[in-house]
Design a binder for this molecule. Structure first.
Ligand code: HXC
Length: 510
């Protein structure tokens, strides 16, 4: 008996060594942690329960049958993050470069099936040379099996992809289907075709970092939702993100203890809006003053800064925030900001997370670049996302809500539950100057008349009261009481029930 127990110990020790000490050292030398070290940091201490530690590949081509390390290049299982369950897979670059074989894929599929069945999120740690070259189509089949599960799990359990090494070729499409992608700066990259192929086909010379590094994907392509300086920072921050999320679409996000008065008064908000309507201010200040303890977990911080998206808690409950940012392009809606916010709104709605919308928007960005790029279709994504969302929706208009953008930004007409405005709100088809130039074109040469017309227009529309008269704004509120009003609004909506008509699925303009 003792021998048998010792044997198990030996086998486990062998499995834990992955591709061997030399390759572990090489991984460390690049500033990367191993697959197991990453899981240890991500999960609560001693909470990890591993599956399939002794799985080996069955391939017999290219002499690979002589090399059958335990685990086959991926560590899988489940554990907890602050006591809440999560399934994890972590690719082991020390075993065949973390490449995906038939059995490697099966291990991932097994935990994904369990996650769906048991209602817990999946976090995938990607560090892989892609399809196991020796296995050919069996490996491609394995990828497709994972993709299919990613698709089925979408909207059922949150899926988070951490790119902590190479992720290239078709392998990128599994993370691409998941809800969030995060990357590590300088040690991770994602691309469909690498620098060599790019050079052959297009003659462009780029490094892997330029083509698909963290900076590229957080700032240019928006494929990634955030980037971190190293493995430790990423894993710590993902634990923080996880705490905002529900375990599945059958669940509500967790309520955390809070030490911040929901009725907190913020006198400084009464002077947040500058006297000059063209002067910007930082919308993040308002978010921080509404949120419990000022904590804002921003998503896609480095992309389309004219709109802010992220999570806060109000009275301990997770709320998704979408806010125009007057500091960037005057907070205008354009292709990028519409896409960014639409995807975020849909995530919140899929996972029962209420949405707070803060509005200061001068409209949609004009120009050929926008029209040729399809701003009509992309703007419609955000409109669609808000209109179909059935979670509690609270909106606060701080200043401008002009034109179509007024409708889009979670207006009353798109089933907004509470639509508040500050007294500084201006709700109109457009700004006074533009309106007067169109309505009184024949008087443009008479500066005094135009000034009087502009003033008339401002008196009539540069306020929230016309909209309030019609019931499109539920209440004009004092800026200093915004946190209290918003908190009470969400509290009153905790029992909200609203459904959409039966359909196979919608046809959002993609
Ligand atoms: C088998 C692989 C492998 C792979 C790497 N290795 N990639 N083994 N299949 N795809 C092995 C190497 O042989 C090596 O083994 C070890 O992993 C580490 O690789 P190195 O090249 O030494 O590491 P590094 O210099 O860091 O380069 C990493 C790399 C490079 C950039 C990922 O290995 C590489 O280019 N690999 C091939 C990538 C690729 O073309 N994959 C197929 C893509 S197509 P030893 O024994 O020396 O440690 C694809 C399609 C998916 O993935 C389709 C889905 C639909």
């Amino acid at each position: 008996m003792k021998d048998i127990l010792e044997q198990l110990g030996q086998r486990r020790a062998e499995a834990k060594l992955g591709g061997g000490q030399r390759r572990i050292d090489a991984q460390h030398a690049r500033g990367k942690l191993t697959a197991r070290e990453r899981i240890e940091l991500l999960l609560d201490e001693d909470s990890f329960e591993e599956f399939d530690m002794f799985v080996r590949h069955r391939s017999t081509d290219f002499g690979i049958e002589a090399d059958r390390p335990y685990g086959d290049g991926v560590v899988t299982g489940w554990g907890t993050i602050n006591g809440r369950m999560v399934y994890v897979f972590s690719q082991d670059f020390t075993v065949f470069g973390g490449s995906l074989s038939e059995t490697h894929a099966r291990k991932i599929c097994k935990i994904m099936d369990m996650a769906m069945q048991n209602g817990a999120p999946v976090i995938g740690i990607n560090d892989s040379g892609g399809a196991r070259i020796q296995e050919g189509v069996a490996s491609l089949a394995g990828y497709a099996d994972v993709f299919q599960r990613n698709i089925m799990a979408s909207g059922v359990v949150p899926q988070i992809s951490l790119i902590m090494g190479p992720c290239a070729g078709g392998a990128v499409y599994s993370p691409a289907i998941t809800d969030f992608i995060f990357m590590v700066r300088d040690t991770s990259y994602m691309f469909v075709t690498g620098p060599d192929v790019v050079k052959t086909v297009t003659n462009e010379v780029v490094t892997a970092e330029q083509l698909g590094g963290a900076s590229t994907h957080t700032k240019k392509s928006s494929v990634a939702d955030g980037a971190f300086d190293n493995d430790v920072e990423m894993l710590t921050e993902i634990r923080r993100l996880f705490d905002f999320l529900p375990l599945s679409n059958r669940d509500k996000a967790p309520t955390r203890p809070f030490f911040d008065d929901p009725a907190r008064i913020e006198p400084s908000l009464d002077t947040l809006i500058p006297d000059n309507p063209n002067q910007p201010y930082d919308m993040k200040e308002l978010i921080a003053k509404i949120a419990d303890e000022g904590d804002f977990y921003e998503i896609q911080r480095d992309f389309a800064g004219n709109i802010l998206t992220g999570f806060v808690r109000i009275e301990g409950q997770t709320v998704g925030v979408v806010a125009n940012q007057p500091l960037v392009l005057a907070g205008v809606l354009d292709i990028d900001s519409s896409r960014k916010a639409a995807r975020f709104v849909r995530f919140c709605d899929a996972f029962n997370i209420p949405i707070l919308t803060l509005v200061d928007v001068p409209g949609f960005l004009p120009g050929t670049a926008q029209e040729y790029g399809g701003v009509i279709k992309h703007g419609a994504k955000l409109l669609f996302a808000y209109g179909e969302a059935t979670v509690p929706k609270v909106t606060v208009i701080t200043r401008k809500a002009y034109g179509g953008a007024y409708d889009v930004m979670s207006s009353k007409h798109l089933r907004g539950d509470f639509n508040y405005a500050w007294p500084t709100a201006e709700i109109a088809v457009m700004g006074a100057k533009g309106a007067v130039e169109i309505l009184y074109r024949s008087e443009l040469s008479d500066a005094d008349r135009i000034a009087a017309r502009t003033k008339d227009y401002e008196d009539r529309f540069a306020n929230p009261f016309v909209a309030a008269e019609k019931g499109f704004i539920d209440e004009v509120i004092q800026p200093h009481s915004t946190r209290r009003r918003v908190a009470r609004a969400f509290a009153s909506l905790r029992g909200k029930q609203l459904g959409n008509p039966w359909k196979k699925h919608d046809n959002i303009p993609l």
